[in-house]
Ligand binder design. Sequence first.
Ligand code: AMP
Length: 210
Amino acid sequence: MNIVILLGAPGSGKGTIAGKLAAEHDNLKHVSSGDLLRGAVAKGTPAGVEAKGYMEKGNLVPDALIAQMIKDVVAETTGDITMLLDGFPRNLAQAKILEEMGAPIKSVVLVDVPDEVIHDRIAGRRTCPKCKAGYHVKALPPKVEGICDKCGAELVIRKDDNPETVKDRLVVYHRETEPLIKYYEEKGLLRRIDGDQGPEKNAEAFLAAM
Ligand code: AMP
């Protein structure tokens, strides 16, 4: 098993790219820290109860809480698998925790999208609460409005996708996560792709870069 990290702002399309590639390639596994946390919140586990308030405000949850979830997934992933790690690490402390887990990091791909584009994207974002598939009312609409193509569940708008919280999440991204670009650049692991080419081309560019 090895790891490819997806770096990028909320709404940069990391989840869409990783979900698409994992559906098309048996040896790729999409692991989203946000999905793990939303799953824990929905189940009401102790970690979920602790995480909920941070997430609703657009803040990062404590490092140890999310690191334990990622550690568990890393431990259960073996064999000829590349893990597409989406949303973790989100700061330098988490990057160091990931290194201590010992799984080799193959590359880090920055999905580059300007903040203005992010605001528009998140405003149109819809998510399947059941199978976690992502949609956009304009760029990636479901076949039937409001209904997931894959599992038929009714699509929802994530609680933290409202404009105020998005602003806060972008501030957190620039402050906490952006320093990772330089960190991985210095390690020679960073690649960049233009994340504003549409879902198909973004995924192709990602696959070529990783
Ligand atoms: P995402 O789906 O990646 O946008 O994550 C949604 C929310 O989950 C974030 O705004 C944070 O509150 C929390 N979260 C996800 N990943 C992490 C992480 N690596 N560290 C801390 N908080 C996280």
